[in-house]
Design a protein around this ligand. Structure first.
Ligand code: WT7
Length: 636
C-alpha cells in the first residue's frame, strides 16, 4: 500500500495505525517506493534508547543529491528548483532550474575536492541566504563531506567555537551580506573567528557585496574563479544510510552548543515524506519557507525535503520589514506562492503593522500556511488565518526540533481539522507520550505533562558530535526508555497536542533557541560582574524577552548602571550575537539559591513577570532574605 500522500482523515488514521503497529513495514514501503538507493538495506531498523543507538536502513547506500537533483533531470531539468528572491526588490529574482542546480552543485563539489576536502571531513559554511549557500550544502552532500552550517548572524566567537568543536579545516563564506538597509562585513567576522581557529587552512569567499575584503595569502580564495574552472560533473559519493550528512549546532540548557548529527538515509526519507504531506505539495506549486538555512528549518524544509520531491523552493535573502512591512506579501504575489511557512515571531511583528500592507497584495495563490519555532498564540493564529489566509488556507502549526530533523506533530492540511494553538496530531510513525514527574506515562485525554517520544522515527539525530554521553544524558535519561523533548505539552479531549513551552533552561526569543548558560557565561566575563541569571518574560512580538539579574563585584562604585547595561549587551553581542541581548537588566545584591547552590529560576521568573502571588516556600533557600530585596529592586 502506498501511503505517500495522505488525502483524507480516514486514510491518515489507517496509515497512522499501520505506522505504529508495523513501523518497519511502513517505513520500508515509503523508502523503497519513493527514493533512489544505490544498494538496498539489510535491516530497516535497529534501536536501543538505553545505549542509545538508532539505525535506519542499515547497509543501504545512497547519495541524497541524486535524490534531490539527478533523478529530476530527465523530467524537470527546465523547472525552477530554487527561486532566489534578493534582498533588494529591484534586483531580479533568479529562477535556478534543476539543470542549473545540478551544474552549480557539481562544480562546487569539484572545487571542494580540489581544495582537499574528502569524504567525512567537516566543512563549516558561514554564508548569507544566497544561492552559493544552497550549492555548498549540496556539494558537501555530493562528496560525502559533513556540512556544519553556522547562521550568518552569529558572532565571531560563536563561529570559532563551532568550527573548533567539529574541527573543520575549511570555511565557506561571503565577502558580506545584505540584510534590509544594512550590509554586514561577514568576511571580517570570519577573520576574527579564525584567530581562535588556527587549524583552518582554507577559506572560500563568495562575492556578494563586492567590498574588496582583504584575502589572506595562501588561505583565502574567491570562489568564482575556482567554480568557473571546475568541471560540472562530479560523481556522487556512495554513502551508507547511517553515515553523517551534517552537523547542526543547537543551544543547550548548559554549557557549549550541541552539534546534532543527522544521518543520510533516514533524514532524507523523513524530511521528504513530511514535506509532501504537511505542505500537500503538488507539482508546479511554489513553496516558500522564510527561515534561514542556518537553522534546521532551512536544512529540512528549504533544501532537502522540497528538493527530494522535485519542488520549486523559494529562498529569500532579505527581511520582512525591507523596504517595508509588506515585503512578504509582495513576494507571495510576485511569485504566486502556494505554501508559505514562517514563524510566530514574524507573524506577530507583521500583525502590529497596518493591515494595508497585507491587503495591498494579491494573496489568492496561497493554499497552506505554516508556523514553526515556538507556540503560536491565539491572537497571532487568528491574524494569520484571517488576514493572510482569508480563512481559506489551513494553518499547519508544526512542532519539531533541531534534534528531530523533521516535523513530528502537525496537522495535515485539508485532512486534519485545525484548532488554534494546537499542533494537533502526531505525524505518521511518531509515538508521543506525556509523562508525569515520576516518569510514568499519563494515559487518557485532557491531561498535561512532559513531552516524550517512545519510538524512533527515521530522522532522529543519532548523536552529539564528539559527545555521545551528553546525547544520552540530555535526551534519554530523564525518562528512561524514551526520547525527552524538553517541552511540556497538553492533550485535549479529542487527543490534540498543544505544546506549552520549554520545561528546561532554554528560552525561545524570536524563534531562536537560547540556552541560559552560554548567555550567563558571557555576562559573567564582564570585569564588573560577579554572577548573573537570566529568565524569559513574555514579549508581544518576540515571544520571550530576556530579563537579566546581575550581581556586581562592587556595587557601590558602579553608579552608571545604564552604561553597564549597554556594556554587558555589547559583550553578549560579541560572544553570542545580538539576538541574545538583554531587554531588561536589574542589578541585585544576590540570587536565590537552593542549599545545593542551584539558582532558583522559578522564583526569578515569577518576580520578573510580576507574578508574586505564589512564590512557594522560600524558607528552604540558602538565602531566603534575598527574595524580598530583589522584589524591592524590581518593584513588585
Ligand atoms: C523548540 C525547538 C524546529 C524548527 C525550529 C526550532 C519550540 C518549535 C514549535 C511549535 C510550539 C515549538 C519547542 C522546541 N517549537 N516548533 N510549532 N509549537 N513550540 O528548532 O531551535 O531546535 O527549537 O522550539 O520548544 O523544543 P529548535
Amino acid at each position: 500500500m502506498n501511503h505517500y500522500q495522505i488525502q483524507d482523515l480516514e486514510s491518515y488514521f489507517k496509515a497512522y495505525r499501520a505506522s505504529v503497529d508495523h513501523p518497519e513495514v511502513f517505513w520500508e514501503s515509503i523508502a523503497k517506493e519513493n527514493f533512489l538507493w544505490k544498494k538496498p538495506w539489510n535491516n530497516v531498523l535497529s534501536w536501543d534508547f538505553e545505549k542509545p543507538e538508532i539505525r535506519w536502513f542499515d547497509g543501504a547506500e545512497l547519495n541524497i543529491t541524486e535524490n534531490c537533483i539527478d533523478r529530476h533531470l530527465s523530467t524537470k531539468s527546465e523547472q525552477t528548483a530554487i527561486l532566489f528572491e534578493p534582498n533588494n526588490p529591484a534586483e531580479p529574482a533568479q529562477h535556478i532550474t534543476y539543470a542549473q542546480l545540478s551544474e552549480e552543485v557539481n562544480k562546487m563539489a569539484n572545487v571542494l575536492k580540489s581544495q582537499g576536502v574528502n569524504k567525512g571531513d567537516r566543512v563549516c559554511i558561514y554564508l548569507p541566504m544566497i544561492p552559493e549557500l544552497a550549492y555548498t550544502v549540496l556539494a558537501c552532500a555530493r562528496i560525502g563531506a559533513i556540512h556544519s552550517v553556522v547562521f550568518a548572524g552569529f558572532s565571531a566567537s560563536a563561529l570559532s567555537s563551532r568550527i573548533n568543536d567539529c574541527d573543520a579545516k575549511i570555511v565557506v563564506t561571503a565577502d558580506g551580506s545584505f540584510r534590509g538597509a544594512k550590509t554586514i562585513d561577514l568576511k571580517a567576522i570570519v577573520d576574527k573567528a579564525l584567530k581562535e581557529s588556527p587549524q583552518v587552512e582554507t577559506v572560500l569567499v563568495a562575492e556578494r557585496i563586492h567590498n574588496g575584503t582583504p584575502l589572506k595569502e595562501g588561505r583565502d580564495h574567491y570562489l568564482k574563479p575556482l567554480t568557473d574552472e571546475a568541471s560540472s560533473h562530479c560523481e556522487a559519493e556512495s554513502m551508507q544510510a547511517e553515515d553523517p550528512l551534517f552537523i547542526l549546532y543547537t543551544s543547550g540548557s548548559t554549557g557549549k552548543p550541541k552539534g546534532m548529527v543527522h544521518s543520510c538515509g533516514g533524514y532524507m526519507v523523513y524530511t521528504a515524506y513530511t514535506f509532501k504531506n504537511i505542505f500537500q505539495y503538488q507539482q508546479g506549486d511554489v513553496y516558500w519557507c522564510t527561515a534561514d538555512i542556518g537553522w534546521i528549518t532551512g536544512h529540512s524544509y528549504i533544501l532537502y525535503g522540497p528538493l527530494a520531491n522535485g519542488a520549486t523552493t523559494l529562498m529569500f535573502e532579505g527581511v520582512p520589514s525591507y523596504p517595508d512591512f509588506g515585503r512578504f506579501w509582495q513576494i507571495v504575489e510576485k511569485h504566486k506562492v502556494n505554501q508559505f511557512y514562517t514563524a510566530p515571531t514574524a507573524i506577530r511583528a507583521l500583525a502590529k503593522e497596518s493591515t494595508d500592507h497585507v491587503n495591498a497584495s494579491d494573496l489568492s495563490s496561497l493554499k497552506v500556511l505554516g508556523s514553526v519555532g515556538e507556540p503560536i498564540n491565539e491572537e497571532a493564529w487568528h491574524w494569520y488565518n484571517e488576514q493572510v489566509g482569508k480563512k481559506k488556507s489551513p494553518i499547519v502549526d508544526t512542532w519539531w526540533q533541531t534534534e528531530t530533523g523533521g516535523i513530528l506533530i502537525s496537522p495535515i492540511p485539508y485532512v486534519t481539522p485545525t484548532t488554534p494553538t494546537y499542533a494537533t496530531l502526531p505525524f505518521l510513525g511518531v509515538q508521543p507520550a506525556l509523562m508525569d514527574a515520576d516518569s510514568n506515562e499519563i494515559s487518557g485525554n485532557s491531561v498535561e505533562g512532559s513531552l516524550c517520544i517512545k519510538f524512533p522515527w527515521p530522522s532522529i539525530a543519532r548523536t552529539i558530535w564528539g559527545d555521545h554521553k551528553r546525547y544520552k544524558e540530555t535526551y534519554f535519561t530523564a525518562f528512561p526508555g524514551c526520547y525527552f523533548t524538553g517541552d511540556g505539552a497538553s492533550r485535549n479531549e479529542v487527543g490534540y497536542y498543544r505544546i506549552t513551552g520549554r520545561v528546561d533552561d532554554v528560552i525561545i526569543v524570536s524563534g531562536h533557541n537560547l540556552g541560559t548558560a552560554p548567555i550567563e557565561d558571557a555576562i559573567n566575563e564582564h570585569d564588573e560582574v560577579a554572577e548573573s541569571a537570566i529568565v524569559g518574560v513574555p514579549h508581544s512580538i518576540k515571544g520571550n524577552a530576556l530579563f537579566g539579574y546581575v550581581i556586581l563585584k562592587n556595587q557601590e562604585d558602579n553608579t552608571d548602571l545604564d552604561f553597564l547595561q549597554k556594556d554587558i549587551n555589547r559583550l553578549i553581542t560579541e560572544k553570542i550575537g545580538p539576538i541574545a541581548k538583554l531587554d531588561i537588566v536589574v542589578f541585585v545584591p544576590g540570587l536565590p539559591k537552593t542549599r545545593s547552590g542551584k539558582i532558583m529560576r522559578r522564583i526569578l521568573r515569577k518576580i520578573a513577570t510580576k507574578d508574586v502571588s505564589n512564590l512557594g516556600d522560600t524558607s528552604t533557600l540558602l538565602n531566603p532574605e534575598i527574595v524580598a530585596q530583589i522584589r524591592t529592586i524590581v518593584g513588585v
